[in-house]
Design a protein around this ligand. Structure first.
Ligand SMILES: [Zn+2]
Length: 168
């Protein structure tokens, strides 16, 4: 599993899906696991970070679960405090000495960009076609993202047919 070793903290960004999930796109965007943020090589799962930002420190031995079962979701409305649920959570807790508990002031320093309310459905079929027909040269993803006012992940999802599979 890739935990990332970058020293700089990136802002947490997400897109709003049709089911109302806030899918994190800024961290491990290709992984289906929980997005994790690394700060000074200390790690925290972003959904736990988000929960703590709203409700304070997670009590020892408790977990933050998803009502939507979408591990990439960081929508506070979809998160709830629960007891151990699955092995992965369990494993994570057993190794928690490797993980960092953030203090209030540390958390305050992490930029958390609230959703630009970009939905995957924002792109029209026409736009998706144009995106797929645009040569994949350096900078073209950024240009397309600006043009359609979506994230670069949305552009890449369109290109790779990860999304909008129905568009020919
Ligand atoms: Zn969700």
């Amino acid at each position: 599993m890739y935990f990332g070793g970058r020293k700089q903290t990136r802002a947490i960004e997400y897109v709003v899906t049709e089911s109302g999930c806030h899918e994190c796109v800024s961290h491990q965007p290709k992984s289906k696991e929980y997005p994790i943020i690394a700060i000074k090589q200390k790690l925290i799962k972003i959904h736990r970070f988000v929960w703590e930002k709203h409700h304070g420190i997670i009590p020892d031995g408790m977990f933050i679960c998803h009502t939507c079962d979408n591990k990439r979701c960081i929508n506070i409305e979809h998160l709830f405090l629960g007891t151990p649920r699955d092995n992965w959570e369990d494993m994570f807790e057993k190794n928690r000495h490797k993980f960092h508990k953030f203090t209030e002031s540390e958390r305050a320093k992490i930029p958390y960009r609230k959703g630009q309310a970009i939905s995957w459905s924002k792109l029209s079929d026409e736009a998706v076609k144009e995106i797929r027909n645009t040569p994949k040269i350096y900078g073209s993803g950024i240009a397309l993202a600006r043009k359609y006012n979506v994230s670069q992940s949305a552009i890449s999802a369109a290109r790779t047919k990860r999304k909008w599979k129905h568009v020919e």
